[in-house]
Design a protein around this ligand. Structure first.
Ligand SMILES: *Cc1c(COP(=O)(O)O)cnc(C)c1O
Length: 224
């Protein structure tokens, strides 16, 4: 059995059934990605539109591709053409751009709102206050080709598990409050994407429904 398949089997065995495992294939070859496919995974994540589109063209067509990195407005067209979900939506302006493009391409694009929960400044996303103060029911109603499916967030990169846990816990609370406040009539607001190789266990304990894993499946990334 290949290392990749073994790693995936181990993760799937350890994960609660409600959690979807997203294979993060950035910097990996399409052969490595295909091994993850052959081990049964169907949801893959990339943080760049170009890399997502070129892997998508080489790999089986039943893979759902999630964009998990910052999306610039000038790449919206390619993103909508290739991705099934944008997990990294960080502004209403971007939601509007995605909506216009999805209308033009006659499709619906699934989105998660990325929330800034870490103390590092490098991680983008909506501020917690913006999520709390926006009427997402109206935003959603005005954007017919965008489906807001939930929230995504990244914890601070630290060994301090208590800190990571408290960040994930606040995000999970924000997720349920937002669902109650704005999506009580909308059963599609169901995803809470939190947890990476270093912190997925804590995230799963705190209510994650989607974890994004690269290193634990494919090994350490060579820094580019
Ligand atoms: C790279 C990346 C991951 C996966 O990271 P690992 O630590 O290798 O599991 C998850 N989420 C995002 C947004 C990423 O950019």
């Amino acid at each position: 059995m290949s290392g990749i398949k073994q790693n995936i089997d181990n993760l799937l065995k350890a994960l609660p059934a409600r959690v979807t495992l997203v294979a993060v294939t950035k910097t990996r070859s399409s052969e490595e990605a295909l091994e993850a496919y052959n081990a049964g995974l169907r949801v893959f994540g990339e943080n760049r539109v170009q890399e997502l589109a070129s892997k998508k063209a080489l790999l089986p067509q039943d893979i759902q591709w999630h964009l998990i990195g910052h999306l610039q407005t000038n790449k919206v067209r390619h993103a909508v053409a290739a991705a099934s979900m944008i997990e990294s939506v960080d502004s209403i302006r971007l939601l509007e751009a995605l909506n216009s493009e999805a209308l033009r391409q006659e499709r619906v694009i699934e989105c998660l709102l990325q929330v800034h929960i870490a103390t590092e400044e490098t991680k983008s996303g909506f501020a917690v206050g913006e999520i709390e103060q926006t009427d997402w029911a109206s935003v959603s109603a005005a954007l017919g080709a965008v489906r807001i499916r939930g929230l995504m967030g990244m914890a601070t990169f630290t060994e301090d598990t208590d800190k990571v846990r408290s960040e994930f816990r606040s995000l999970a609370r924000l997720f349920s409050e937002t669902r109650v406040r704005c999506f009580s009539d909308n059963p599609l607001f169901t995803h809470l994407s939190m947890g990476m190789s270093g912190d997925w266990k804590v995230a799963a304990e705190e209510g994650s429904t989607m974890i994004r894993i690269g290193t634990l499946i494919f090994g350490e990334r060579i820094k580019k």
